[in-house]
Write a protein that binds this ligand. Structure first.
Ligand code: SF4
Length: 484
């Protein structure tokens, strides 16, 4: 049976981006800009909810931000000085409009819109309980569980209800919420997903990444801290930390692939970290080659770092067609395979007659790598040595990132030699987990209490995974998923 962890054909899992602004008369237009900068975090759907001081207004659509929110009529129908927005990617089945965020509900205290980046790992358990208690769900999104928990809370204020609801959920969440009185931002106690605070002419902003601030000339203020709840009202920004505070476990894969290289997350430039990852990779896995070429675009910074550390020329040996979406997040095998051919072409003038180091950010199924290697060989490369700027991906993610089930992860099923044979390279090397920790800076990896979430490489999940009948053992979980 396939790994189906949801109630219908929809999957709960998503990789998303969130944005919110308050105190700006063009709140919806700025939110559309912010979402445009965050488009890489989700390309299947987008939504904006605004508040005009009296009413909430909502527009949600399947497709890209630019397809739906660059139109004056749409933005004009989202009036008000406060707005939140969301970009979304769903991983399986037809994307449904009812799952597009921000979700909005009318509560006893008034309206509340909610946008969520991440994934709850006890949403199924909570949902079953809520359905038994009479709740009617409108979507298959795990985020709606939070809506129902807020509705059932007996706490007196919006923020206390929000905290009450979140104290019952497990997993990863970076949230933006908008009520009549305030704009809220929350990060889960482990801080798995990013969320930053910015400011534009005195208007507070919340965004998944700093690139969403840069696009409108806003100033970066600081990260929302793990477990922190911030609320922006007319009287300013308030911060509370109402949850127990375990050691932080930010998603290390944000540095490898998800975040935009011009963003700074957790205080570090993503671009610089990626270059350091490439340099570590060159030290750990040198290759007898003439040139270093990246798999564009996400492999570029690591390839620059590799080339500099190895003292080899960096060349553009693969050219990417920018009008096709990212392979990793295309929804079906059929399209994924097609996407490889549509997306890249080898640059014969740089690779012909040369021994090539090909640098990519990660290998998931290996289908992209296999086709790209064949392309580079066909263009005349005499040797192809593949170097991967992350450790082997051998476990699924349960925190809001689409990864195939374990049986489809190349590195979970094959040793290094077999992978090299399948991909068709002369040699293959991955960055070690310790090398990755060196690249992101700070202390060496603590095997008993890792400083980041690195579960897709290590199997060390930082939360309970209640929906999967699992208390923390990755091996048990993987076995169980394969049986489902
Ligand atoms: Fe990130 Fe991997 Fe952890 Fe998922 S499992 S949150 S992708 S490090």
């Amino acid at each position: 049976m396939s790994r189906q962890r949801v109630f219908t054909a929809d999957k709960l899992r998503e990789e998303c981006g969130v944005f919110g602004i308050s105190g700006n008369e063009d709140a919806a237009a700025h939110t559309a800009l912010g979402l445009h900068a965050l488009q890489h975090r989700g390309q299947e759907a987008a939504g904006i909810v605004s508040f005009d001081g009296r009413l909430f207004h909502s527009h949600r659509a399947l497709g890209l931000v630019g397809d739906h929110f660059s139109n004056e009529a749409v933005i004009g129908a989202l009036p008000g000085h406060a707005a939140i927005g969301h970009v979304r990617y769903s991983t399986a089945g037809a994307p449904l409009l009812r799952n597009v965020q921000p979700l909005f509900a009318d509560f006893a205290f008034g309206g509340l819109a909610l946008g969520h980046n991440g994934n709850l790992t006890n949403a199924l358990v909570l949902r079953r309980q809520l359905v038994e208690q009479g709740c009617l769900f409108q979507s298959t999104s795990d985020t709606e569980v939070i809506i129902h928990l807020i509705a059932r809370s007996r706490q007196p204020t919006v923020i206390e209800r929000l905290i009450d609801a979140l104290s019952q959920v497990q997993g990863a969440y970076a949230l933006v919420a908008l009520s009549a009185d305030a704009l809220y931002g929350v990060r889960d106690p482990l801080g798995i997903r990013p969320l930053v605070i910015g400011e534009l002419d005195g208007a507070p902003i919340l965004a998944s990444e700093t690139c969403a601030l840069d696009i409108m000339g806003a100033r970066f203020v600081r990260d929302v801290e793990p477990g922190e709840v911030v609320s922006a009202t007319l009287s300013g920004i308030e911060s509370i930390k109402p949850f127990a505070m375990p050691p932080r476990r930010f998603c290390i894969f944000e540095y490898v692939y998800f975040a935009r290289p011009d963003s700074a997350v957790e205080g570090q430039s993503v671009y610089e970290v990626r270059k350091r990852i490439g340099a570590e990779l060159a030290r750990e896995a040198p290759a007898p080659a003439d040139i270093v070429i990246p798999v564009p675009d996400s492999g570029v910074p690591a390839a620059i770092g590799y080339a500099q550390a190895a003292n080899l020329p960096f060349e553009l040996g693969l050219i990417r067609n920018h009008y096709v979406g990212r392979t990793f997040i295309e929804p079906s095998d059929r399209i994924r395979h097609l996407g490889v051919r549509l997306k890249h072409n080898a640059n014969r003038s740089t690779v012909a007659g040369r021994r090539v180091v090909l640098v990519d950010d990660s290998i998931v199924r290996g289908t992209t790598s296999t086709k790209i290697v064949a392309m580079v060989r066909n263009a005349g490369a005499t040797e192809v040595h593949m170097r991967v700027a992350s450790p082997p991906t051998i476990h699924s993610c349960f925190y809001g990132v689409d990864t195939p089930e374990r049986s489809q992860l190349l590195a979970a099923q094959n040793n290094l030699e077999a992978m090299a044979r399948i991909i068709g390279v002369d040699s293959l090397g991955f960055l070690s987990l310790d090398g990755m920790y060196r690249a992101v800076g700070g202390a060496p990896r603590d095997a008993f209490q890792p400083q980041y979430c690195d579960a897709c490489f290590s199997g060390d999940y930082p939360t309970l995974l209640e929906d999967f009948g699992h208390g923390g053992s990755a091996d048990q979980l993987s076995l169980m998923l394969e049986e489902r």
